[in-house]
Write a protein that binds this ligand. Structure first.
Ligand code: FAD
Ligand code: SF4
Length: 545
């Protein structure tokens, strides 16, 4: 006889990140019984800050050590986490970053609060590339509004990044920096424009969280919580009655002969396991862990893995590609003031050109050449040259204050052959590692090439010296597409309501269900779709015995 379930709930949510938190809150508003199973631990901000300050590596994962019971990728060690063919070109090395802690990956996100553009949902109809989403902007708009109200969005009503609004932003914009203004002067000479980004960070006190004080460590951590992250709503969901079990790694989903998900297996850090039953299940583990769990759940009733009758789970893997241009400006532009990205290039984010090449989003980076490591890197170089003491400090200040970087990111097209599979190597929790196959296509490279030409012209106009650029590389911020939504069950995993084609009580929520990764950032859409899914679930639960 099968083991007894240790816990049961009407809705079992796997993952307390952006998708899980908003789904849980919306379900609790409808008084629905919710249990969240979260693989990671829950720790106070101060603990993460201490780790960050003491860590000599200052990348996006710096404050968040991976734990053996629920590992996530670590800075400079992506190749240990993702298994890729040894002959993979550098430009195709996958470095998707995410966190397994209560609150999820937005602990270290930048905080761009973008709605997608109406055109982003209709790439095939408008530009003849990629696929249309099975939903459109109008359908999502009311849910965008709810998500924005929960986050609190600071934005410029005069520039809404291509996404028309019926309601105002919650807060006035985060001001542009001195650096932004200098770049804008150069763009103006070229007939181009800049605008202020919409941010999930407070420009005034909002939701009892403080005003951004320009600390400039947004990625990897906001020390004061001025930047929104999903732990805010995960916490609220719990206060509103959702049960939460942390350190609960879901390793397997059980499917009965009627293709219903009946229960999931949970593994605790000490290796013990138990089962959790439910009427409906929502997989909200992000775009690597969602397909990984589904593929790891092969069984007699789901021989290719859960939700995988079309062999589409793990396929159509999406990310973005990035390229940086750096140089010394003649006069200081004073990076390291304000949030890391406050303004960007208006042009090239959408237009007819997307039929031939990728849209790009270019940001003026307020965090120097290398995020949080500029001064450290420069100190090493100067010390190697024999510069020490007061002169060292003087030279660091003089040079770092003239560091300018423009970063362009480009969309990639969905491709069935870009995919995640299970490797035969195991991670520290005993789960097969993700094996990645990815190829950056010419569409993406061509978009970046145009971006690079613009950036080089900006540097020239500013009189910059020692101007350099790197080769295109894959983004660590954006991951999607591995359980994508669609009407055609042969090429998608979930329908427009995020219900798995194969299992009518399984929802898969997050950017794994997104069809494309345009330059407007994905997470507001994740939250909006999670909120929408709650309404669908309410109806479905009402129909269940
Ligand atoms: C450096 C960086 C910058 C970014 N900047 C932006 C930005 O500016 N704007 C934007 O919109 N997006 C940004 N993103 C992307 C954004 O963070 C993600 O889109 C978003 O967090 C995904 O939400 P999610 O709920 O799907 O997943 P997550 O937030 O990752 O949450 C998933 C949760 O599921 C849990 N989980 C995973 N597997 C299991 C399992 N097997 N059992 C139980 N629990 C599990 C995890 O522990 C985690 O808590 C950025 C990402 C990075 C890395
Ligand atoms: S600039 Fe500082 S205070 Fe503002 S969001 Fe970033 S880390 Fe937080």
């Amino acid at each position: 006889m099968a083991d007894e379930n240790k816990m049961n709930a009407d809705v079992v949510i796997i993952g307390a990140g952006m998708a899980g938190a908003h789904l849980a809150r919306s379900l609790r508003e409808k008084d629905i019984d919710v249990l969240i199973l979260e693989a990671g631990d829950r720790r106070p901000r101060g603990d993460f800050l201490k780790v960050f300050y003491e860590n000599p590596v200052k990348g996006p994962q710096a404050p968040y050590p991976s734990i053996p019971s629920a590992p996530h990728p670590e800075d400079n060690k992506y190749a240990d986490f993702y298994v890729q063919d040894k002959d993979t070109l550098k430009e195709n090395l996958f470095i998707g970053a995410y966190l397994r802690i209560f609150g999820g990956t937005t602990w270290h996100w930048t905080g761009f609060a973008d709605r997608l553009r109406p055109a982003d949902f209709r790439m095939k109809s408008l530009y003849g590339v990629a696929e249309d989403w099975p939903i459109d902007y109008e359908l999502l708009e009311p849910f965008y509004e709810i998500a924005e109200k929960r986050w609190g969005v600071a934005g410029d009503p005069n520039h809404v990044w291509g996404a028309p609004r019926k309601t105002p932003y919650q807060m006035p914009p985060i001001p542009e920096t001195y650096l932004d203004k200098q770049v804008t002067k150069a763009l103006t000479k070229m007939g181009l424009h800049s605008a202020i980004f919409s941010h999930a960070r407070n420009s005034v006190i909002y939701d009892n969280r403080p005003v951004c004080c320009g600390n400039n460590t947004c990625v990897p951590i906001c020390p004061i919580g001025a930047k929104y992250d999903a732990s805010v709503d995960a916490q609220k969901a719990e206060e509103e009655g959702a049960r939460v079990e942390v350190n609960a790694l879901v390793t397997f989903m059980e499917v009965d002969k009627n293709q219903k998900i009946t229960r999931v297996k949970v593994q605790k850090p000490d290796g013990s396991t138990f089962w959790v039953g439910g009427k409906a299940f929502a997989l909200c583990g992000h775009a690597i862990e969602n397909p990984r769990l589904l593929l790891n759940s092969k069984q007699e009733t789901a021989s290719k893995g859960v939700a995988n009758s079309s062999d589409s789970v793990g396929r159509y893997l999406l990310t973005q590609a990035n390229q940086d241009t750096t140089g010394f400006t003649p006069d200081p532009v004073f990076p390291y003031r304000g949030p890391q990205q406050t303004s960007g290039l208006v042009e090239r984010r959408d237009g007819e050109f997307r039929s031939k090449m990728a849209a790009i989003g270019t940001s003026f980076m307020n965090n120097g050449w290398s995020g949080n490591s500029d001064a450290i890197n420069m100190a090493h170089d100067l010390i190697d040259q024999g510069v020490v003491g007061a002169e060292l400090s003087k030279q660091i200040n003089e040079k770092v204050s003239r560091h300018l970087r423009l970063n362009s990111s480009a969309e990639v097209l969905p491709d069935r052959n870009n995919r995640l599979e299970l490797s035969d190597q195991m991670d520290t929790a005993g789960i097969p590692k993700p094996k990645i196959t990815f190829k950056m296509d010419d569409y993406t490279k061509q978009g970046l090439k145009v971006g690079l030409d613009i950036n080089l012209e900006v540097f020239k106009n500013m009189g910059a010296t020692e101007v350099k650029h790197n080769d295109p590389y894959l983004s660590n911020a954006i991951i999607g597409g591995t359980t994508r939504m669609g009407a055609d069950i042969k090429t998608s995993v979930v329908n427009a309501d995020l219900v798995a084609h194969d299992h009518d009580n399984l929802y898969i929520i997050g950017s794994s269900s997104h069809v494309t990764t345009p330059v407007n950032a994905p997470s507001l859409t994740i939250a909006a779709l999670a909120i929408r899914a709650a309404g669908h679930m309410e109806k479905k639960l009402a129909e269940m015995p």
